[in-house]
Design a protein around this ligand. Structure first.
Ligand code: HEC
Length: 450
């Protein structure tokens, strides 16, 4: 044992300089079990500022050293809660407070719709919390460890097992602690001496560092300035080939063709396969003999004539007859499709009191100034009754003013079926008791079945 101490003293001399300060003691142990036993004794002696250094994980060392479970999970949980709260607050602020917008009568704020972003931010914040919390709890990054001044300590990465007690521990004593470590039967105890470095930073260094930092900003300022300054000189192309590839792009210039366009215009009269819609009555609701004169852009919602005036749709040459055999089957189909696609806004009776309309009007009433919803006109009202079937068909195909197009959802034949059902709704919506066949008038007065 005494040899070990002498050895350690000579070792200590190695890293000693003038007025070196004692920074702690390092004890080396021959194997993991000896280290573990010693660690528990150091713990029982009440030392707090000590650590074990081993080349591989040693089972049970945490308990031997008295290390408690990490607080990292709590940090991660707190960060996740913070992320979720931030996400909810952000979505609430933007959607339900700062920029309210009525979309199909949907509530401004609803938790289920906001879950994806809430989840993402919770995960993001907790990932940051886990990484930064781990670094903070481990006191990392650490640029310097005085234990590296001791040569034998380098064995901690191959076959050395060490316990280091630091001088800053309140229980540390220059001689007592050394004796205590020796009593744990180590192979050696080394005093870790730190050179008393009273190194002063040269005075010129600070202004120099400031100058370098300012100079480092200059390129950024130049780039920022360039981005907002118009210039006649072409910009510097670092990778020319990538910027100008020998290929044609849509909507771009090309030297290949005389007219300079990269995109070829359609040859007049070209029809894509399966797109020949020569039957204008069926596909557009326009009279075949006058359809050629109609500017098709007039069919779109809010269309304007070249002179800037609105197009009056009523004047277009609409068909007056449904271009399909009208029978009970078509009527039933129309009712079914109407109830699916139109009733949610226009109501089952066509009055304009569908569920979406009702909720949107409620939202609008409760939030003055958020007026973004328009009450649809009753489908049995006079202006709609007067419209020809072709125009009703066009309303479904292209939409009208605020109403969107339903061409993508509803095939042509079904659109005609709905138009037929609209006519039925208009009859029932504006009829009187004389329109009801005499034999079933009685039933109308009967008590409605519950
Ligand atoms: C998202 C709600 C909504 C749906 C669904 C909807 N509409 Fe409309 N519709 C409107 C609104 C709003 C107007 C009033 C537009 C305006 O005046 O700006 C309107 C107007 C109309 C008009 C009157 C057009 C005119 O010239 O005044 C007709 C006819 C009509 N819709 C038919 C239909 C049919 C048929 C369907 C089903 C295929 C349908 N709508 C589905 C909202 C809807």
């Amino acid at each position: 044992m005494s040899t070990a101490v002498e050895q350690s003293d000579s070792q200590a001399d190695d890293c000693t300089e003038d007025q070196a300060v004692l920074a702690g003691y390092v004890a080396q142990f021959p194997n993991p079990s000896a280290l573990k036993k010693a660690a528990s004794q150091v713990r029982d002696a009440g030392f707090k500022e000590f650590d074990c250094y081993v080349p591989f994980p040693v089972h049970g060392i945490d308990e031997a050293m008295g290390i408690k479970m990490t607080r990292l999970p709590y940090i991660v949980l707190a960060c996740a809660a913070m992320g979720a709260t931030t996400a909810i607050a952000l979505q609430f602020f933007t959607n339900a407070f700062d920029y309210k917008y009525i979309i199909s009568g949907k509530p401004f704020f609803s938790l289920p719709a906001n879950i994806p972003i809430t989840f993402e931010l919770a995960v993001l914040f907790s990932a940051f919390g886990a990484l930064l919390g781990m670094l903070a709890l481990n006191n990392l990054p650490k640029f310097y460890n005085r234990l590296f001044l001791i040569d034998p300590f380098l064995k901690a990465t191959s076959n050395g097992f060490f316990i280091a007690i630091e001088a800053k521990d309140p229980k540390f004593h220059e001689t007592d602690t050394k004796e205590f470590l020796n009593s744990l039967q180590p192979s050696e105890v080394i005093a870790c001496l730190e050179p008393n470095q009273n190194v002063k930073i040269p005075k010129a260094l600070l202004p120099l560092a400031v100058c370098i930092m300012i100079l480092g900003l200059v390129p950024l300022v130049i780039v920022a300035r360039m981005r907002v300054t118009p210039s006649t000189t072409p910009r510097i192309e670092l990778v020319h080939d990538m910027d100008y590839q020998p290929k044609l792009k849509t909507q771009r210039f090309s030297k290949m063709f005389a007219d300079g366009r990269g995109m070829r215009p359609l040859i007049a009269g070209t029809v894509a396969r399966g797109d020949l819609r020569h039957d204008t009555a069926f596909y557009e609701g326009l009279l075949p003999d006058q359809a050629d004169e109609v500017d098709r852009s007039f069919l779109l919602p809010n269309a304007k004539k070249p002179d800037g005036t609105s197009v009056s749709l009523e004047t277009l040459p609409w068909v007056t007859q449904i271009p399909l055999p009208v029978d009970e089957k078509l009527m039933a189909r129309g009712q079914e499709r109407y109830n699916i696609y139109c009733s949610l806004c226009h109501g089952l009776s066509g009055k304009g009191d569908g569920i979406i309309t009702q909720r949107a009007m409620q939202l609008q009433a409760a939030n003055p100034g958020v007026g973004t919803w328009l009450l649809p006109i009753a489908l049995y009202s006079e202006p709609v009754r007067k419209q020809k079937v072709g125009q009703l068909f066009n309303t479904i195909t292209h939409g009208v003013r605020k109403m969107p197009s339903y061409a993508a959802q509803i095939p042509v034949e079904d659109r005609w079926a709905i138009v037929l059902y609209l006519r039925a709704l208009q009859e029932s919506g504006s009829g009187n008791i004389n329109d009801v066949p005499a034999e079933i008038r009685e039933q109308l007065n009967a008590e409605p079945k519950p």
